[in-house]
Design a protein around this ligand. Sequence first.
Ligand code: NAP
Length: 230
Amino acid sequence: MTRSNKVLIIGASRGLGMALAQEWLSRGWEVVATVRSANTPLHRLEQVFGNRLCIEQMDVAEPYDTDSLARRLAHHDFDVLYVNAGIALGSADRADEVSTEDFTRLMVTNALSPIRIVERLREKVKEQGTIAIMSSSLGSVALNESGGWEVYRASKAALNMLMRSFAARHASASWGLALIDPGWVRTEMGGANATLSVEESIPGIVNQIAASSGRPGLRYYNYRGETLPW
Ligand SMILES: NC(=O)c1ccc[n+]([C@@H]2O[C@H](COP(=O)([O-])OP(=O)(O)OC[C@H]3O[C@@H](n4cnc5c(N)ncnc54)[C@H](OP(=O)(O)O)[C@@H]3O)[C@@H](O)[C@H]2O)c1
């Protein structure tokens, strides 16, 4: 009997995380996906995909939750670890307007927590596997010529920098490491005016991860596989 491939997706209750789970499930993979509440849209997929989908509870900003997930997954190993969870502020995203509390919440959720999770769960990823985090083209310092989304941009730029440090710290490891920009996608965060549907973004991301399997080193690229400037 051949074992199916397995992915762990952190933050998959809805939006792009749920779509990633659905895409990998439809390709025959086993999916362990985390949410932080009951009865999310992801739970509806349990009826369709049965025991190939396992849903776990976790708040990414709570280190205890990551420790507890790591213990529950003690006997698992994964081809892909994908940290997707993230937040945006909507209004008051200017550096001169944001409250210290909101700034801290955004940085902890979007930058610090993904790296803590990757560091804590990396041993669950197979040697030739991939560790990916959902970044954004807005995290590119070089591409920021228009401003806007100031604190969100800063949080994804901080994420990118921390991931580069993670890559340097584990330079001899053979995982493929990816910071991925999904494009501007119509989700709750992306809004109705976004240029892409979920179906135009997510299959491309899953294809890119499959194509880069077994290629060590860190890359920052979009859903079409185009490398982005730091
Ligand atoms: N949509 C876009 O255009 C776009 C573009 C570039 C990058 N991104 C990035 O893509 C990722 C997904 O975005 P999306 O568009 O799917 O946004 P979304 O529809 O708002 O979904 C956000 C997801 O993150 C989860 N999450 C947020 N904070 C969490 C926490 N503390 N613990 C656990 N889960 C948490 C949410 O869970 P709950 O349901 O529990 O809130 C939800 O599953 C984010 O990292 C975002 O920055 C999105």
